[in-house]
Ligand binder design. Sequence first.
Ligand code: AMP
Ligand code: MG
Length: 484
Amino acid sequence: MTTNPELLPIANRFATELPELALPWQAEEALDPRVLVLNEPLAAELAIDPEMLGGDAGARLLTGSLVPAGATPVAQAYAGHQFGGYSPRLGDGRALLVGELSDPQGRLHDLHLKGSGRTPFSRGGDGRAAVGPMLREYLTSEAMHALGVPTTRSLAVVATGRQVRRERDLPGAVLARVASSHLRVGSFQYAAATGDVELVRRLADHAIARHHPVAAQAANPALALIEAVATAQGDLVARWMLIGFVHGVMNTDNMTISGETIDYGPCSFMEAFDPATVHSSIDTGGRYAYGNQPLVAEWNLARFAETLLPLIADDQDSSVELATQALGAFRSRYGATYAAGLVAKIGFASGTEEAVDLGEQLLVLLGENHVDWTSGFRALAGAARGDAEPLRGLVANLAGLDAWLARWRELLPDAELLERTNPAYVPRNHRVEEALDAATAGDLGPFGELLAAVQHPFDEHPGLERFAEPAPPDFGRYVSYCGT
Ligand code: AMP
Ligand code: MG
């Protein structure tokens, strides 16, 4: 491990303010680090020199072999409910927080390395990540960002030159991730489980300062924090639902305090609209199915609120009552974002009762006819411009659709709004798999083409039709695997 003062200025606020949750650690030395993908626009936003990142020093920095001066890389401790069962000690088993970068506006961003080797939290795992899953996270998080959904970002994927043992040997990689922080519901669960109320208070103060500073001025900051996190998550999950995103592993350790989407494992975009859609191989009960996501988020937030009860009031009953009230912010923000979003998805800037009703009617039609979520909504733009045939081609119940279209046209939907709201391109499972298979075999071409399409999801281009089409029937029911 070496340090280099000129590399990039980085702080160690989390490590110094919350040492109980931060275990100083160092990355496994990469054998032959090579940058596979670099997010130059993101580097520019963070005022980091992309040329440095793309070179030798960058490859070593982004795998943790080179530590910038002032940084104290740590493995973060957290707990979590996984599929409803509580694990008291999860933590970064294959990742390190390098520290916090400050952008030109003075905002802090975590620089985090995923796949950086074993840590004391690794349990039976090898601490490593394979190229495929790290490219999948890169692609999906950048697609989400382009779709306007709050998310962690991906700065780079760097091949380590090591082989990773899975069902077969795969090339290893590290994902350099940037997030407004890595504080999770599970971080609070871990702190609360120590029984040290002052630690929970320090963690809450840290979270408030970083993400929800107005809560500091409130009469009851802990309560205001619950409300702020519930609001941010209500907004986030509504946005997921509007684009057909299925997170796949909504464990409490995968839910942020900032309101950003985090940890893209077996995530996917729903094709035929069905609330029961689930793609994760380990989610056999469908706990994290598309249609369950709002309820699960609310359940997770209740676990978050429980950790703060001792800070809210002197007696437990009053704390519970106040916290429950504050959690109501989830439903109200979820409902507002979802309703406004659905109305925009059918082409209206404001939600009259008739527009809301039309939106709900369309959902029924799409569901009954198993219409592809993304193509169905996108085809509305054509219908608004006078060509309803592509949409009619997706729906079996034509009488129902035509009746709906007649009502809809009377309200004069805005074709441009439809095109700005309903993406043409999302990372479809069959295209993602194709791109990752090629990348694993050494060809990054298909990955680059897919990435370019999903980074501009609303701009349709001739030649990119294959990225807009649903999977062929022989692709079957898509299953993806996490933790790989
Ligand atoms: P995830 O499902 O990616 O959110 O991870 C859940 C937990 O498993 C976290 O504590 C991870 O650090 C840990 N984990 C996942 N994969 C590995 C691995 N290959 N080696 C060690 N720990 C891992
Ligand atoms: Mg996780």
